[in-house]
Ligand binder design. Sequence first.
Ligand SMILES: [Zn+2]
Length: 53
Amino acid sequence: MMQNTELHHEVQSSVSKVECYICGKGLADGYSITAKTLSSTIVLFCDVHYSMQ
Ligand SMILES: [Zn+2]
């Protein structure tokens, strides 16, 4: 019997707020937020701090 196993990685539940990991600025503050994967962890950065990486 075939059995399909679907793995779901629910990232959305762990990232409830879209704001910079460093300064805490978010979309509501007029910043563009970019996600970056560091050590298998998704981290969000604003324009300023993303360019500093
Ligand atoms: Zn920032």
